[in-house]
Design a protein around this ligand. Structure first.
Ligand SMILES: Cc1cc2nc3c(=O)[nH]c(=O)nc-3n(C[C@H](O)[C@H](O)[C@H](O)COP(=O)(O)OP(=O)(O)OC[C@H]3O[C@@H](n4cnc5c(N)ncnc54)[C@H](O)[C@@H]3O)c2cc1C
Length: 548
């Protein structure tokens, strides 16, 4: 008898679980609150330009070279005689822009000569960072690389990145490039509160992409996300028999204290009514705040680990798209605007969106897609943080912060056709504050213990979303996909199902550190500190003597 699975939520986690289950012969239905699938990764129609609608997204999507899970799934979505993974294009450059100095344009392909290696290290570490501080930072990275898994979990999970790299005592350049750097700009995590475990692991994996000739540093899709990826995926899943139901919000997950007994789904539209859904298994694939809304005492008794979601922190990371009469492409890759108060990053999309039909648009020739990762610092126009601005003020402020970096010649008012702020950002007239319907999980110090496993204590409930414990350990499409694989594997194990388990890969670490990691494991069992901490103590002495 075919077993039924109800997947609640149709983001990357939900669709990935549907994909794996459908391939293994399950009868799958996905219920999604929105009219489109893809969750935070989805794109949607923006403002009109002639007869067409401009392409809009929560924010641009990037796929760092170390991603394996989500790209593996993409390689199993057939499209145009190939697969969706063929639609990823590699970036060539990274722009590190500052207003009070020279911008740095870094090539991102792996260095091939000693000179290129030296230049790459200098650019990565920021050439303004004093040499002694850069050496200290390099030492910290070596400490991480040679630390055992256990130390990562038991020690680095409980230390902030800011404290681990001793950013407080360092120069402004050190704080900007190595403290905030990718941390805040690319993954919206404040280094002062985010765990060394999460940031250190992602930092080292990103670095791999910048030095390893086998890996691309970064990839982007060759069109808006739904057009290039999600729509072909949904078509593929439907062909495989998955029932994908949009405009269907889950309003209750019923449990009897031991098992999930059903769910209530409210359908949108004039004939919208409530439907009682029952299945053999349930995969909960909604974000952590939505899990919190659905928690009842009975559900919590059935799956106590779910209550951990109440202790998780979320940050804001939302996009603004500027539609331009003339294409502006200052870099073939990401631009990181280091000293913009709102921690802006941007991608000029046209150079990558080869499959997009630009001719269908009346005026627009280019899209500058910007992400705002800092919502609590005052801006340069209104002197207010983004959280206190209206939608119009946010758009103006972002435009001006970009212009402060890229110049008013490149970005002048006459080139602007339209703009679009992420619709997840709302404005509460009563309180005069901004709301956000698409907050992003941030892995704060010690948060790992609150994050549930994909397999819950409840025998018919599994979790497939970016807050679940995974090797990836960062709220991302990769994490959501890995969580889905773990959820499906747990379900198969519970059934003793004969089908092949989904592949789940650990991060790759340079083999040369393996003996040191093993040695550190032993050292930690014996209660010893990592030898790298000696260098940290030496730094204190050095700082007091050489740089009093
Ligand atoms: C601006 C921005 C840029 C990002 N850029 C990147 C990037 O470049 N690379 C990367 O890897 N990651 C990126 N991320 C993170 C990534 O998008 C998310 O971590 C990932 O998409 C989460 O997938 P998910 O399936 O866990 O959750 P979601 O995407 O939140 O999907 C959950 C789904 O559940 C639905 N849902 C919620 N409540 C209900 C309900 N009651 N009933 C039914 N359905 C419900 C939602 O509508 C949604 O479709 C970015 C995030 C943001 C906000």
């Amino acid at each position: 008898m075919t077993r039924t699975v109800a997947i609640l939520g149709g983001g990357i986690g939900g669709l990935s679980a549907a994909h794996e289950l459908a391939e293994r012969g399950f009868d799958v239905t996905v219920y999604e609150r929105n009219d489109r699938f893809g969750g935070k990764a989805r794109s949607f129609p923006g403002p009109a330009d002639g007869d067409a609608h401009l392409p809009a997204e929560h924010g641009f999507r990037f796929f760092p070279g170390f991603y394996r899970h989500v790209t593996d799934t993409m390689s199993r979505i057939p499209v145009d005689g190939g697969t969706v993974v063929d639609r990823l294009t590699t970036t060539d450059e990274l722009l590190q822009a500052v207003t009070d100095g020279d911008d740095r344009l870094m090539r991102v392909e792996a260095p091939r000569s000693v000179r290129e290696w030296r230049e790459r290290i200098q650019t990565v570490f920021g050439s303004d960072v004093p040499r002694d501080e850069a050496a200290f930072f390099a030492n910290r990275l070596l400490t991480l690389l040679s630390s055992s898994e256990r130390r990562w979990r038991e020690e680095y999970e409980h230390r902030s990145w800011w404290e681990f790299i001793r950013a407080e005592e360092m120069s402004q350049a050190y704080q900007t490039y190595l403290g905030y750097g990718i941390t805040q700009s690319l993954v919206a995590m404040r280094p002062q509160v985010s765990s060394t475990r999460t940031i250190g692991r992602i930092y080292l994996q990103m670095l791999r992409g910048l030095f390893d000739p086998e890996l691309p540093a970064d990839r982007l899709l060759d069109g808006p996300t739904n057009e290039a990826w999600i729509d072909p995926w949904v078509d593929h899943l439907r062909r495989r028999g998955v029932d994908l139901v949009p405009n269907a919000a889950v309003t209750a997950v019923d449990a009897d204290g031991e098992r999930v007994t059903g769910a209530t789904v409210r359908h949108d539209g004039p004939d919208g009514d409530a439907e009682r859904v029952e299945a053999d298994h349930y995969v909960l694939a909604v974000p952590a705040p939505a899990v919190d809304d659905l928690l009842t005492p009975e559900l919590e008794r059935a799956a106590p680990s779910l209550s951990g979601v109440r202790n998780l922190d979320h940050g804001w990371m939302n996009g603004v798209q500027f539609y331009l009469r003339e294409d502006v492409a200052p870099v073939r890759g990401h631009g990181v605007f280091y000293d913009s108060p709102w921690a802006l990053t941007a991608v000029s999309q046209r150079q990558f969106w080869e499959r997009y039909d630009w001719n269908a648009l009346a005026e627009t020739e280019g899209v500058l897609s910007v992400i705002v990762s800092e919502w609590d610092e005052p801006g340069i126009v209104y002197g207010k943080p983004a959280r206190e601005c209206t939608r119009e003020e946010i758009v103006t402020e972002v435009w001006e912060q970009l212009r402060a970096h890229l110049g008013t010649d490149l970005l002048n008012e006459s080139t602007l056709v339209a703009s679009q702020l992420d619709p997840a950002v709302g404005f509460d007239e009563e309180t005069g504050t901004v709301t956000n319907d698409a907050e992003l999980l941030i892995n704060t110090v010690g948060s790992l213990e609150h994050r549930p496993e994909a397999a819950t204590e409840c025998p018919n409930l599994y979790l497939a979303a970016d807050y679940v414990r995974t090797e990836t350990d960062l709220a991302s499409m990769e994490c959501a996909n890995e969580a889905a694989r773990r959820a499906v594997n747990a379900l198969l194990d519970d059934l003793g199902h004969p089908s092949k388990r989904c592949e789940v890969w650990p991060f790759e670490w340079p083999a040369v550190f393996a003996p040191l990691r093993r040695q550190d494991d032993l050292g930690q069992r014996l209660g010893l500190t990592h030898p790298g901490e000696g260098a940290s103590s030496l730094w204190s002495a050095y700082r007091d003597v050489v740089r009093p």
